[in-house]
Design a protein around this ligand. Structure first.
Ligand code: GDP
Length: 440
């Protein structure tokens, strides 16, 4: 996410970090580089210019040249300004309606249908709501099918009416259906076009007027940069929407849309999409995003994601197994699956301060665990619970079955052995000892 921008800002701020003596000249030089980085990231030139002017003003106000750590102070000023530009505080969505009606708008391909599903899933699991998805795209039967597939996948009901070509009527019928069936959130997915056109705008405006939603959300593909900002403006002029959803941030290396959209339409970014899976949705926190852009990681989100997957009961069982030396490959597999549920690996690593930069050239993807999983799947249940019985003929068989080499099987067995020993040590009060060994 935003790799290019992070890189350039890092280089720009490095100019200051490296100097013992900081002068007005190299502050100006740094800010010029920061501005260039923003413009390269597809941030509107005017916004980039204002950004650096504000940072400069604050830097002078705080007497950055005389401060103890001028480099760090500058980084902080840039971070604060980025946070401000992206909206400052986090903005919730309005779920007070009975039912709450959420209207989705945006161009075709922006990720509306996918996001409707993600939001329904998010609300059902995190806020224990009972959502209903309503399919109002009357032009593309495939769009209705797609919403049904999404609904089935997350176990959320989908309301559609294939014979009907009046989206306003479908939306109203969907809301009535929600009321009859005790659904307290109605998410209305609408038709998009490839570009802004009048017919589409009139249609979405009509739906908007007829159903008076609690939330009107504008969904946009962040990879489209300045186009995203212009489209947002066009939709906002007609709908006066409540919030922006930025999708496909996982593929966005530049970040221009994320940085400029708020200041152009003066509406907050509420959620971001970071992948194709239903779980790839995050509440948008401007300050955490600024940290990530500046390569400072996002430990808070990482911990939150870990907590979401944490199951106390399971953890207790696992602890017992470790104490009894019964931790086997099945348990290991479960752990891997939990990590995978936290999100894609590259995204997770990017949340560790400094790690994103260090590992950015490594080829890490969702398949990072593929070999390990294949090897474990090729083991018999007995081998999984008692890895010590895996002799060389078994290794050969496992390697063949999983399409890996004996070396890879050996490597996994060795790692597993080391990990089991370490876990045992941590458990047996050795945690403290280990920390001491590590000099902590
Ligand atoms: P719609 O036409 O606006 O309803 O767009 P869709 O929901 O059909 O999404 C268009 C394409 O973008 C699909 O292939 C989705 O899987 C993909 N997509 C949606 N959101 C994301 C995201 O956050 N990240 C990535 N990588 N792909 C996404």
């Amino acid at each position: 996410m935003f790799d290019n921008l992070s890189d350039k800002l890092d280089k720009a701020l490095h100019i200051l970090k490296g100097h013992g003596q900081i002068t007005e000249v190299n502050v100006a030089e740094t800010l010029k580089e920061v501005r260039r980085a923003l413009v390269d990231a597809d941030v509107n030139y005017k916004i980039a210019k204002e950004f650096t002017a504000t940072v400069k003003e604050k830097a002078l106000g705080q007497n950055v040249l005389k401060s103890l750590k001028p480099g760090q102070l500058m980084v902080k000023l840039v971070k604060d300004e980025l946070t401000e530009l992206m909206g400052g505080d986090v903005e919730d969505i309005d779920l007070s309606g009975k039912p709450s009606i959420i209207l989705m708008s945006g161009l075709q391909g922006s990720g509306k249908t996918t996001f409707s599903g993600k939001l329904a899933n998010f609300l059902a699991t995190k806020k224990t709501k009972k959502p209903l998805l309503v399919a109002c795209d009357v032009y593309r039967p495939a769009a209705i099918d797609q919403l049904h597939v999404v609904g089935d996948q997350i176990g959320v009901e989908v309301f559609s009416d294939r014979g009907n070509n009046d989206p306003v009527a479908i939306a109203k019928a969907g809301i009535a259906h929600a009321k009859e069936n005790g659904c307290n959130v109605v998410i209305i997915d609408t038709a998009g076009r490839l570009a802004v056109d009048e017919v589409m705008m009139t249609e979405i405006a009509n739906i908007h007027e007829a159903i008076t939603p609690n939330e009107t959300l504008f969904v946009v593909d962040s990879m489209t940069g300045q186009d995203a900002v212009n489209t947002a403006k066009a939709f906002n002029d007609v709908l006066n929407f409540d919030g922006v959803i930025l999708t496909k941030l996982d593929g966005d290396t530049r970040g221009g849309a994320a940085i400029s959209i708020k200041s152009v339409v003066n509406k907050p970014i509420k959620f971001i999409g970071t992948g194709e899976k239903m779980e790839a949705i995050d509440v948008f926190y401007p300050s955490r995003m600024a940290d990530r852009i500046l390569g400072m990681g996002d430990v808070v989100s990482l911990v939150e994601r870990a907590q979401e997957q944490f199951d106390e009961e399971e953890a207790r069982k696992l602890q017992k197994k470790i104490a009894k030396n019964q931790f086997g490959f099945d348990d290991f597999l479960k752990q891997i699956q939990q990590i995978k549920k936290m999100g894609n690996m590259k995204d997770l690593i990017g949340m560790i301060p400094g790690a994103g930069k260090m590992m950015k050239n490594m080829d890490i993807d969702d398949d990072a665990f593929r070999h390990i999983e294949a090897i474990i799947h090729s083991m018999t249940p007995e081998e999984r619970s008692k890895p010590q019985i895996i002799n060389s003929s078994r290794k050969k068989r496992i390697g063949k079955g999983s399409g890996t080499s004996i070396q890879q099987v050996n490597q996994l067995l060795k790692q597993f052995d080391q990990m089991s020993k370490m876990m045992k040590m941590m458990q047996g009060g050795g945690g403290k000892r280990m920390m001491q060994m590590m000099g902590k």
